[in-house]
Design a protein around this ligand. Structure first.
Ligand code: PEP
Ligand code: MG
Length: 324
């Protein structure tokens, strides 16, 4: 089967009736790069910058970060690389920056930490911008946004970092900046967010956790963590429509994007790109290449009428069987 899938690597990701569906990849380590390129990724939809931070014993300096980011950007250039600013807290703690809280997933994480420590944010954005010199394939993405003030403040800091570097003679351009939609409030305010930035990207792992109030890592409630929950699906659809109403592209970079059945639904909703782990790329491409956009739209209509996750699962399973 894998040999069959490998032959898809250089073929476009499009349906039988010619609808293009760009497939991007999630990365965090240099080791991911070769496999991602090998499997035909068209860009990086999520580079988790906290991963190199987790592998160190102290905060990497601006110069160390510049080198790490440069390596990623160079490896994929001219393909776009979406670098997420540090997303620590929640389940991701740096050994040299301990955060002790009763309720870490509702606590100090993601953009909340870096806006409270603008020096961390500024050093990171400066390192990203310096790394992009001469390449122009950088995109920057903000995690855990729950209100527009956070976006305005992060944009102000990013602009400041950019202006200072240009002043110092760096030959860089201001990269596209986007927001992750992974908190229910960001779904409700997706239009206001989209208006401020260049793109949206749904983090469906956290969005599912926060919509359903189910800790994504707690095995006791794992049975309730349903990425196919109708409330999740309707939220995803809402975000696509909001982004497009503002003329902005919207992707998805949670695990759901790498699920072949769900990928058909996400394509039908109108997502502009799906970003997934490299091991899902070829399977999702195979399913999309054997589908028709009109059939996927009918599938979506049916799935949106479902009242339970189980009904959605059954609908998708039947579609997968039909697709062979
Ligand atoms: C998500 O929440 O869906 C996401 C992509 O980010 P992470 O899994 O790193 O929290
Ligand atoms: Mg997340």
């Amino acid at each position: 089967l894998n040999r069959g899938l490998e032959s898809l690597r250089d073929l476009p990701c499009e349906t039988l009736d010619g609808h293009r569906m760009p497939l991007w990849v999630n990365t965090g380590l240099m080791a991911d790069v070769a496999r991602s390129l090998d499997r035909g990724a068209e860009g990086v939809g999520l580079y988790r910058t906290e991963i190199p931070f987790l592998l160190r014993e102290r905060f990497p300096s601006e110069e160390e970060q510049r080198q790490i980011y440069r390596e990623q950007l160079l490896a994929f250039a001219p393909l776009p690389v979406t670098m997420r600013t540090l997303d620590i807290g929640g389940d991701k703690a740096l050994p040299y920056f301990p955060i002790e809280e009763e309720n870490p997933f509702l606590g100090w994480r993601g953009i909340r930490v870096t806006l409270d420590h603008p020096e961390i944010f500024l050093v990171q954005v400066r390192a990203m911008l310096k790394a992009s010199e001469g390449l122009n394939n950088l995109r920057i993405m903000l995690p855990m946004i729950s209100n527009v003030e956070e976006v305005d403040e992060a944009l102000r800091l990013a602009r400041r970092a950019y202006d200072e570097l240009v002043e110092d003679g760096w030959d860089i351009s201001l990269p596209p900046i986007g927001v992750m939609v992974e908190v229910p409030a960001a779904v409700s305010q997706a239009r206001q967010l989209a208006r401020r930035v260049d793109f949206l990207s749904v983090g469906s792992n956290d969005l599912t956790q926060y919509l359903l109030a189910v800790d994504r890592n707690n095995t006791r409630v794992a049975d309730l963590y349903h990425a196919y929950h109708p409330a999740v699906l309707s939220s995803l659809y809402t975000v696509v429509e909001a982004a497009h109403a503002e003329g902005k592209p919207v992707g998805i970079c949670g695990e759901l994007a790498g699920d072949p059945g769900a990928a058909l639904l996400l394509m039908a909703m109108g997502f502009d790109m799906l970003s997934m782990n490299d091991n899902s790329l070829l399977r999702v491409k195979a399913v999309i290449r054997s589908a028709k956009i009109a059939d996927s739209q009918a599938l979506l209509e049916k799935a949106m009428e479902a009242e339970t996750s189980d009904q959605v699962r059954t609908i998708l399973k039947a579609a997968m069987v039909d697709a062979g």
